[in-house]
Write a protein that binds this ligand. Structure first.
Ligand code: HBZ
Length: 842
């Protein structure tokens, strides 16, 4: 009968050993195969969306081949792996990225052309998975691309939210949020792992039991649900290595609730099961304040518990079980404090389940974890009330107290009876309702802690984590952020990539951005400069089409494209930008015909979401739209000034916006923006920055040279003094005349008789200008004039833009990941053999 013999398995191996072809016919056959068998269409006539789907499945097959090879190889090599834990992964669209990284874009383009389809049009059919808020989530996605490309054995772990960040609509000038149900047409990029699921417990109680003279804790009761794995393969560029982004979705536990069933309450039992799915249903849209909600804590714990169980299971599959080897096989990186409970969860697993003693378990944990901080803003530091943790995770609270006890003993040894130290270092905040400080927990539980740009790391060491730095100076490192040149140059700006390929003679720069150094001498070649200008023009044209379609505004292609895109926040000072636009508008209105001739035409474009409960941020959006309405419809202004608010800023439209930008604004108050990452994307695409000496701007300034960037504003050392001055000065003296004039125009209803517009002005007017808009405004105007002066010399502008692009190599996330691997993870690359070599192996 059905007995398996050894010959059967070798037959399976043999069959699996062959790879899908990549010649034109093979690609076409595979697309058509999916049309027929996956989509179940009867004929080759269907919508563009269906062809996108068939194409994606065909690419997916090729991804899976590499993905399986990778997993098998890492297992056979017993590789040390790095696990990147993040509540957010803002990966953006997958199709083009996969084709580029697999080096199949040209082949598929031709194969499709034959079938009557344009590849670029199919790209636009894909939904943009938006499982993140902003920089932090996008950084995680760039890191995965670099980890795969540099052949590092690694995993991303996150949550498969059913609803990503809300879609932003603009109605009557206001932001309106609409749900992002991104899965409604299926998702060809994920692999559902029905066999990979873990039980997750909430609530319940801790029972103490005696076991061979040792007291043990058993966490029981409460509710249990399941977390199920969904893997998205992440291909590296020109390598077989393809890593997993493993996202967890909550499910009801498999056991049916018989008690309810027996009492006849069948529907109640089912309802209970439905509630489980709610946990991973929606991403919290706050990017800088903590919601403090129970559901958010449940999401965090679900991610952490499922991931740590998965990691421990993988570790236990090794031939001999030696817990002390754990840190040499596992490095966990915490993307901010959101997954910090992983520290506690691993301790629980080691102590309660694997029965290690407390001290051994603690040694293992503190050698395995590392923590990245992304903000110094106090309102963004996570704290969870002790009562909530006690209710939801009673055993974890005990373990947190144990960690704190062990740590405070060390503090007491080093600084005897120094209550100030104990108080600020303690994991538990005692004032008012007791709270757990997640940053303190993360620092205490980690081997290394890092900031995301030089200035940010210095601030960590001298301000919010000063006491920790004094106690453990070697724990603190800087890892300046980076972005992937695959998505942000090769995919987003194919024309610039082609220019580099041609002039450098190959596409090696995509893997080694330092090669761009060789282009320094080309800047004096007029033809090279013209080529660059031509590319910028084409990208501007693409942008103009997109703006016409999405915003119903016609932009003057010869105007300066001036862009600020990022989450709307007071510290990022979109307000200062729009106040300047008003000032500029008034200047134009007052100008003489002679002066008018010299005015540089500008298109000022804003984009970004406001957290739904952040009133001041939402009002800034309304102000921008009100100003746009007046300016864009003022016939006296014509093409000299246009203002656009681009709705629903996300990864896929960033890929259109950034390559078209000529000036981009990164104008946060010094000391508030940890790094910024879009600044890096803009310079890589040959764009000048107008910015403050904050975050990564400081290092961009060093890299490109002060003559190639517009820097203005209060520097970080002076911020406290300037705030003091602001509070002690009469507003009429503090705010410059230029700004007071703008306030008056808003007050007088020039941009509509809307109380809210006045309230925005009020938010900074009366000694509340905490982000120093008034203080920096004059210097900002001056910098804007320098921008205009340079734009009147197109060749000079182009050359400086080129210097930005070719001196941006430091900001590749490959450099960042290399540093993490060498200095934090102690991780070596392992390259998966290419298909041909592998065939011989078997
Ligand atoms: O992380 C950003 C920083 O503001 C930015 O300067 C930096 O470049 C970037 C990457 O390091 N931080 C965020 O994007 N933060 C969040 O999105 C966030 C999300 C959920 C939260 C808190 C913050 O609960």
């Amino acid at each position: 009968g059905l007995q398996a013999s050894p010959r059967d398995t070798s037959k399976i191996w043999e069959l699996m050993d062959s790879y899908q072809g990549s010649d034109k016919l093979a690609l076409q056959q595979s697309i058509v195969h999916h049309v027929e068998y996956t989509l179940a269409r009867t004929r080759f006539d269907f919508s563009k969306f269906h062809s996108y789907q068939a194409l994606s499945h065909s690419v997916r097959d090729r991804l899976i081949e590499a993905f399986n090879d990778t997993n098998l190889h890492f297992h056979q090599m017993d590789a040390k792996r790095i696990y990147y834990l993040s509540l957010e992964f803002l990966i953006g669209r997958c199709l083009q990225n996969a084709l580029v990284n697999l080096d199949l874009e040209e082949d598929y383009r031709e194969a499709l052309l034959d079938l009557g389809y344009k590849l670029e049009e199919l790209y636009d059919e894909e939904v943009d998975p938006a499982l993140g808020n902003g920089g932090l989530g996008r950084l995680a996605a760039c890191f995965l691309d670099s980890l795969a490309t540099l052949n590092y054995p690694s995993f991303g772990y996150g949550i498969r939210y059913t609803y990503g960040i809300f879609k932003q609509l603009i109605k009557d000038g206001y932001q309106v949020e609409s749900p992002d149900f991104w899965l409604n047409h299926g998702n060809p990029w994920e692999i559902e792992r029905l066999d990979v699921q873990y039980q997750i417990r909430f609530y319940g109680f801790v029972k103490k039991v005696w076991d061979h003279g040792v007291e043990r804790s058993v966490w029981e009761g409460g509710e249990t649900i399941m977390a199920r794995a969904y893997d998205t393969p992440i291909p590296g560029y020109n390598t077989q290595n393809t890593i997993a982004l493993r996202l967890w979705k909550s499910h009801p536990a498999s056991e049916f609730d018989f008690s309810s069933f027996n009492t006849g309450d069948y529907f109640k039992a089912l309802e209970q099961r439905q509630k489980a799915e709610y946990i991973t249903s929606v991403l919290y849209p706050n990017d800088s304040t903590e919601a403090g909600k129970e559901l958010r804590l449940k999401q965090q714990y679900l991610l952490v518990s499922a991931s740590m169980q998965d990691i421990v299971r993988r570790f236990k599959r090794r031939k001999v079980l030696d817990w002390n080897a754990f840190p040499s096989k596992v490095a966990v990186q915490l993307n901010d404090t959101h997954p910090a409970l992983a520290i506690v969860e691993l301790l629980r697993i080691l102590i309660d389940i694997e029965q290690l003693d407390n001290m051994s378990a603690w040694q293992i944990v503190t050698k395995s974890f590392n923590y990245t901080n992304h903000t110094v803003l106090p309102e963004a530091l996570e704290k969870w009330g002790v009562p909530l943790i006690e209710k939801l995770l009673p055993r974890h609270l005990e373990i947190i107290y144990l960690i704190n006890f062990l740590f405070l003993e060390k503090v007491q040894q080093k600084y005897p009876n120094n209550w100030g130290k104990l108080n600020s270092l303690s994991i538990v905040e005692e004032e008012g309702t007791k709270k757990v400080r997640m940053a303190n927990l993360s620092i205490v539980g980690s081997k290394f802690v890092n900031g995301v740009a030089k200035i940010h790391t210095e601030l960590l060491k001298t301000t919010i984590f000063k006491e920790f730095f004094e106690m453990h100076p070697n724990k603190f490192q800087n890892k300046t952020n980076g972005v992937t040149p695959r998505r942000w140059v090769r995919c987003a700006n194919p024309a610039l990539a082609a220019l580099y390929d041609r002039v450098l003679g190959s596409d090696k720069w995509v893997l080694d951005m330092e090669q761009l150094k060789q282009l320094e001498s080309n800047v004096s070649d007029p033809q090279f400069v013209r080529d660059f200008q031509m590319i910028k023009m084409e990208n501007k044209e693409r942008f103009v089409h997109w703006i016409r379609k999405t915003c119903q505004v016609d932009l003057n292609i010869d105007s300066l494209f001036d862009i600020q895109v990022k989450r709307i926040h007071e510290y990022k000072r979109q307000l200062m930008n729009i106040l300047y636009v008003i000032y500029r508008y008034l200047m134009i209105k007052e100008s003489t015909p002679e002066e008018r001739k010299r005015i540089v035409p500008r298109s000022v474009c804003f984009g970004g979401k406001a957290a739904p409960g952040y009133i001041n941020a939402k009002r800034v959006i309304k102000l921008i739209n009100s100003v746009a309405d007046v300016i864009n419809n003022d016939h006296q202004i014509g093409d000299l000034l246009k203002v656009v608010f681009m709705p629903n800023y996300n990864v896929s439209n960033a890929q259109i916006i950034i390559p078209a930008a000529e000036l981009s604004q990164h104008i946060s108050t010094a000391g508030t923006e940890a790094s910024g990452t879009s600044n890096m994307k803009f310079i890589m695409n040959g764009c000048l920055i107008l910015g403050t000496l904050d975050g990564a701007n400081v290092e961009i300034d060093e890299a490109v040279g002060r003559e190639n960037i517009f820097i203005f504003g209060t520097q970080v050392e002076d911020v406290d003094n300037m705030k003091e001055k602001m509070r002690n000065t009469d507003p009429h003296e503090y705010f410059p005349q230029e700004l007071l004039k703008v306030f008056t125009e808003i007050d007088n209803g020039r941009f509509g008789h809307n109380e809210e517009l006045k309230w925005i002005v009020d938010s900074i007017r009366y000694k509340n200008d905490n982000y120093l808009v008034g203080q920096d405004f004059k210097d900002y105007i001056k910098a804007q004039q320098q921008v205009d002066d340079l734009y009147r010399q197109p060749n000079e502008w182009a050359k400086k833009s080129i210097y930005n692009a070719i001196r941006s190599y430091k900001f590749s996330s490959d450099r960042t990941i290399q540093e993490y691997a060498d200095e934090i993870w102690q991780l070596k690359p392992i390259k998966v053999p290419e298909p041909a070599a592998q065939k011989h192996e078997r």
